[in-house]
Design a protein around this ligand. Structure first.
Ligand code: GDP
Length: 300
C-alpha cells in the first residue's frame, strides 16, 4: 500500500502543488483565480465542481486575510476532500446475507482494464480467504477469456468460459450456476464492452444482467474507466449507466496521468463512488480508493 501511495503521489501531486503555489501568491488577482480554475480544469475536475471549489476558496481566503503556507495547505486539503466526498460508502459489496455467492459484474469499454481489474480483484478476494469463480463473459475479444483464465490460475480461482464468439449471457449464467454448485463465496463476471453500437451494447449487457438476476440479485456492478481518457470516460460512463445500475467505479491507469480530477467529475456524473483505483499493470496494483490519501497525494 505504501508503494501504491508513492505511485499515486508521483502521478498526482502536480495538481495540488500547482494550486498551492498559486494560492500562495501575494496578490490573488483575477488572473490568478483564472489560473487556479485552469489548473483544476486541466486535471479533469469538471466545470461545475471547479467553479464551486474556486468560489469557496475565494471566500475562505478572503476571511483568512494573511495566509501562512500551513493555513493554505490545510484549507486546500479540507476543500479538496469535501469535493472528493469523504463520506461515500466505498466498500465493494461481495457478500450478502443469502446463502448464495456474492455476484459482482464488471463492465466498461474494452481497453479500459476490465479483465485486468477482474483478475486483480479476484486476487484480493482470494488473499482475504474467499473462494472465487470467474465468468469470462467477454466472448468477443479473442484473447479475453484466455487472459482471465491466466489470472484465475495465477490467483487460484476457477474460470468458466464459453466458445469464442458465444453468447455472453449464457457464460454469465453458467458462471453463477457453477459458483452456486461449488458453493464459492464470490462470482466475478467480466463482460464485453464494444461501444461501436450503443444499442448492441445495451442489448448485450442488459441480457447478461437479466440472466444473472434469474439466479440472484447483483451485489455489485463495477464500471471500469480509464483515467487517462478524460471527458471521453464520462461519456462512456453515461452510456453504461443507462443500461445497468452502476454501484461503484474503478478508475484505472491513475498511475499514468495527472488528471486525477476525473474522480470528482465521474462521481458527480453518476452519483456513485469511486471504490477502487488501478495504479499499474501488476497483480498488486489495485487499491481501495481512500479520499484522504488521495488528497494528500494531490497536495504532495
Ligand atoms: P479490457 O479490454 O478492458 O479487459 O482491458 P485489459 O484488462 O486487457 O487492459 C488493457 C491494458 O491496460 C493492459 O495492457 C493492462 O495491463 C493495462 N492496465 C489495466 N489497468 C491498468 C492500470 O491501472 N495501470 C496501467 N498502467 N495499466 C493498466
Amino acid at each position: 500500500l505504501v508503494r501504491l501511495r508513492a505511485r499515486l503521489a508521483r502521478s498526482q501531486n502536480s495538481l495540488g502543488k500547482g494550486l498551492l503555489s498559486l494560492l500562495s501568491r501575494e496578490h490573488l488577482d483575477e488572473d490568478t483565480w483564472e489560473e487556479i480554475e485552469d489548473t483544476l480544469l486541466t486535471a479533469d475536475v469538471g466545470v461545475a465542481p471547479t467553479q464551486e471549489l474556486v468560489e469557496r476558496l475565494r471566500e475562505r481566503v478572503k476571511v483568512l486575510g494573511t495566509r501562512t503556507p500551513e493555513e493554505l495547505r490545510a484549507l486546500l486539503r479540507e476543500e479538496l476532500l469535501t469535493l472528493v466526498g469523504p463520506d461515500m460508502d466505498r466498500e465493494v459489496k461481495t457478500q450478502n446475507d443469502r446463502e448464495t455467492p456474492g455476484i459482482v459484474m464488471v463492465v466498461g469499454v474494452n481497453g479500459t482494464g476490465k479483465t485486468t481489474t477482474t483478475g486483480k480483484l479476484a486476487r484480493v478476494l482470494v488473499a482475504d480467504g474467499n473462494t472465487v469463480v470467474l465468468g469470462a463473459a467477454d466472448t468477443f475479444r479473442a484473447a479475453a477469456a484466455d487472459q482471465l483464465q491466466t489470472w484465475g490460475e495465477r490467483v487460484g480461482a476457477y474460470t468458466v468460459r464459453g466458445p469464442e464468439g458465444g453468447d455472453p449471457a449464457s457464460v454469465a449464467f453458467d458462471a453463477v450456476k457453477e459458483g452456486r454448485e461449488m458453493g464459492v463465496d464470490v462470482v466475478l463476471i467480466d463482460t464485453a464492452g464494444r461501444l461501436h453500437t450503443k444499442t448492441g451494447l445495451m442489448d448485450e449487457l442488459g441480457k447478461v444482467k437479466r440472466v444473472v438476476e434469474k439466479h440472484a440479485p447483483l451485489d455489485e456492478v463495477l464500471l471500469v474507466l480509464d483515467a487517462t481518457t478524460g471527458q471521453n470516460g464520462l461519456v462512456q460512463a453515461r452510456v453504461f449507466a443507462e443500461v445497468v445500475d452502476i454501484t461503484g467505479i474503478v478508475l484505472t491507469k491513475l498511475d499514468g496521468t495527472a488528471k486525477g480530477g476525473i474522480v470528482v467529475a465521474v462521481q458527480r456524473e453518476l452519483g456513485v463512488p469511486v471504490k477502487l483505483v488501478g495504479l499499474g499493470e501488476g497483480p498488486d496494483d489495485l487499491a481501495p480508493f481512500e479520499p484522504g490519501a488521495f488528497v494528500d497525494a494531490l497536495i504532495g
